[in-house]
Structure formats: C-alpha cells, structure tokens
Design a protein around this ligand. Structure first.
Ligand SMILES: [Zn+2]
Length: 168
C-alpha cells in the first residue's frame, strides 16, 4: 500500500533519490548525459577489450546522474593486474572538463572509471582520468583537449588514439 496520499508528499518521496557523490557531480553528470542524448558528446558503450560490463563510459555517467557511484571493471588486464572492481565517485573537475569540451563541439569519451589501464595505480580507477578520442574527425581538436585539461587543473597525455586527461 502506498504511503503518499497527498501529491506533495508523493513528490518529496520521488526526490529522495540516491546522492552518493554530492549534488555538484550528480548535476554535472546529468548535463553531460543531456549532451550525449543530443549526439554532441559520445559516451562509449564498449571497451577496447570487447569485455561487456557495467563500467562503460556511458554507464559511468548514467550511474552518476542517477546518484550512484561509477563502476569499475573487473577483468585480467594481462599486464600484471586486474581492473579493481567496485565503484568510485568521479572527480568534479574531470566532469567539468568533459562538459566544457562537449559544450564547444563533438567529443568522444572512450573510458572513465572502467576498462583496463597500464598499472593498478591508474587514475582511472580513482575516478580521476578520462580518455578522449582523437581518432578521425576528433583529431582536429587534440590541442584544445590538452589545453582544456590543463585549464581544469589536469595533466594531459597524448596516447596517440586518445588524450588521457588526469586530475592529480
Ligand atoms: Zn587513460
């Protein structure tokens, strides 16, 4: 039996959604998701490894917008470690960065907290790094992606297929 008889009390029940990482990152994730739905930001729904799980970039942002933490992958990276499972809050400035470059044109986000990376200490696993594609059409904005990463206090790395931007 429902306990909300009046419209107002039903509304307040609906608003009581999870908020694991704070209002700011939740709202930013929803803004990024909006640009994704408009086709401006492409959030990948696969991993390079072809492993299927709940840690795709798209799922990371969807979970954050719904007030949950972003999930990590859990599989053998074949470089001495496994991606460490569990979930993590995405860093505020990392989301600001993704939103900023998405506000200026098309962007493809390959990975955030999910997939395998070079070491077990990767900033991806801490929710502090994102891989931004520079393949094909996206390559023309490479410099801008790197400069914008610095603007938000991050350190960019040119990884040939993508710009890895991390917040230390
Ligand atoms: Zn990376």
């Amino acid at each position: 039996m429902s306990t909300c008889y009046k419209f107002k009390s039903c509304q307040s029940q609906m608003k009581r959604s999870p908020n694991k990482c704070g209002r700011k990152v939740k709202d930013l994730a929803c803004n990024i998701l909006k640009l994704h739905k408009e086709g401006i930001i492409t959030l990948a729904s696969d991993h390079f490894s072809r492993v299927t799980d709940n840690a795709f970039a798209e799922k990371n942002i969807l979970d954050m917008c719904n007030g949950w933490k972003a999930k990590r992958s859990s599989y053998d990276c074949h470089n001495g470690h496994w991606s460490p499972v569990g979930s993590v809050c995405l860093h505020l400035n990392l989301l600001k960065y993704i939103y900023a470059i998405g506000s200026r044109g098309n962007v493809k986000v390959n990975e955030i907290a999910g997939a395998c990376h070079t070491t077990s200490k990767s900033k991806h696993y801490k929710g502090r790094a994102a891989d931004i594609s520079i393949r094909g059409q996206y390559g023309t904005r490479k410099k801008e992606y790197m400069n914008s990463c610095r603007t938000f206090g991050g350190v960019p790395y040119d990884e040939t297929s993508h710009i890895h931007c991390q917040m230390n």
